[in-house]
Write a protein that binds this ligand. Sequence first.
Ligand code: NAP
Length: 285
Amino acid sequence: MKVFVIGIGLIGGSMVLDIKTLHPEATIYGIDNNESHLAEALALGVVDKAATFDDLVDADFVIVSVPVDVALIVLPKVLDVVGDTTIVFEVGSTKIPICEAVANHPKRRHFIATHPIAGTEFSGPSAAIKGLFQGKTNIICEVEKTTFKLQEKALDLFKEMGMRIRYMDPKSHDKHIAYVSHLSHISAFMLGKTVINKEKDEQDIFDMAGSGFESTVRLAKSSPAMWTPIFKQNRKQVVKTLDEYISNLSKFKELLEKEDYEAIYNEMQSVNKIKEILNGINIKK
Ligand code: NAP
C-alpha cells in the first residue's frame, strides 16, 4: 500500500503513524515544502521516503494536510496527477472554500473532504502522535460527490483509526466549527494578549498562573501561520460568533458594574449545564 502525506505536521504525521501501525506493509511517502520538516519526519520514522508530485500516480491514499490557503492550490494539482484507484483526502479546518476549489475538477470523485476534530496546540512532524484520532469525530462533507468504492476505502481507514464519522454540508460545518473551535482560539489568543500586555514582568505571570489560566490560554500557543488563513476563509461566520461573544462579555461587565451579583450568579449557573453537555459527549465517545 502506498500512502502519501503532503504537509507532514501534527495532523498528517499523526495519520501516517496510525496507518503504519495498522498496516505495517504500507510505505509512507512524504512531501513537504519545509526541508527541515521533511528531514525530521524521515529521522523520526514518521515517513519512510521523500517523494514528489510525479510519484502520486500510483498512490493508494493521498493525505493533504497543509494550511487551508495552501490546500486550495495543492489539492487541484494533486487531483491532476493521481491514478484511477487513488483516494485523496484533506483535513483542513474550513470546508466551503476547499469544496468549491475542486467542485469542477474532472477528478472530483477521487476526493473526500474531511475534518478530523482532533489536535493539539503544537505543529510540525515532532508534534505527531500515535492514536490521536481514537474516539474522535471525523466530519465528512459532500460524501455523495466521491466515487462509492473510494468512499468505502477512506471510511474503512478512518474507522480503523477509531474515528466516528459525521456527515455535514460544508456550510453547516463552517458555521458550527466557528463556535466550537475558531472562537475558542480567538478567545485564548486575546486572553493571552490581555495578560501579557498588563503583566510586563513575565515571571509574575508564571508565578501566579494557576492551572485554570494555563488550560484556558493553552490554544494561544497555536501557530499563526495555520490560523490566519482559517480566520480569513471563515471570516463571515467568525465575525458573527465574535459579535455574540463580545455582547455576552459586555453584559457580564455591566452586571458587575451594577453590582448585580444575583444576576451574575444566575448567569454562571445557567452555563454550568456545559458540564452535562460535555459529559454526554465524552460518554458517547
Ligand atoms: P502543521 O503541523 O503546521 O503541518 C503542516 C505542514 O505543511 C508543515 O510542515 C508546513 O510547513 C507544510 N506546508 C506548508 N505549505 C506547504 C506546501 N505548499 N506544500 C507542502 N507542505 C506545506 O499543521 P497541522 O496542525 O498538521 O494542520 C494541517 C491541516 O490540518 C490544516 O489545514 C489545519 O486546518 C488542519 N487541522 C488542524 C488541527 C489542529 O489541531 N492543529 C485539527 C484538525 C485539522 P511550514 O511549517 O514550513 O509551513
